[in-house]
Ligand binder design. Sequence first.
Ligand SMILES: [Zn+2]
Length: 296
Amino acid sequence: MPGARNRVITMVQSSSSATQARAEVGVIGGSGFYSFLDDVSEITVDTPYGPPSDSLFIGEVAGRRVAFLPRHGRKHHLPPHKINYRANLWALRSVGVRQVLGPCAVGGLRAEYGPGTLLVPDQLVDRTKSRAQSYFDGETRADGQVPNVVHVTFADPYCPVGREAAVATARSGGWEAVDGGTLVVVEGPRFSTRAESLWHAAQGWSVVGMTGHPEAVLARELGLCYTSLTLVTDLDAGADTGEGVSHEEVLEVFAANVGRMRDVLFDLIGALPDSDARDCLCVDPLGGQDPGIMLP
Ligand SMILES: [Zn+2]
């Protein structure tokens, strides 16, 4: 992985040279993941859904072009329920991204998933309430185009190839990742009550977060591979005997693990298949249905 400590950020607008503004892999995560790269181009992208959370920061990792997008904005000013998920995924696809890695902080719903656990989920439960979760909703967009109403298969919400590579990469680096589990995504921004948390655990769900959805389904609608990597920062209220989750505690554990997570992400980027050679269920989500709009 590139180890240079001299960060050079080149300010580039969307009129920049084609190569600098293109990427193949997308990582939705904060500056802790790209600030160590040698040379990063900042690209401003607008979308028919409004602006994404921030600029795209594009650099090279393991010989591949990678676009990093700070999910909450670089100043962390966007709470989970105010993130423009549609704009974020659209912006990534519009610079060429076909495979997306979505690291996020979660609470553990079982005592054995304590802080520092890396879990690569294979299932998802959506308990969000107010988020636009489809591009194909039949509603006229700001640019006047009207998408058709279509339905994507979502039985397996994550890319099987990305998942397998993520688990293998983490393990070969010495981090015994949990292979599979269910991520329940809640609306936030508050943490769960003890009753909610106990209920989530009683369903057999594994970890709880606030940002993994609708990221996953929007990626699917756009034909992007999406792999979620969840880092447990705390035991959720029902699994914890203490005072409940605090934001401070979450930030502390995340900061302690960000370097480790970056190492896994960078190795994983090198292990992903060529985008042109993808042969997974993510590639053709519409199965012949006409979306009515052009994808970027
Ligand atoms: Zn895939």
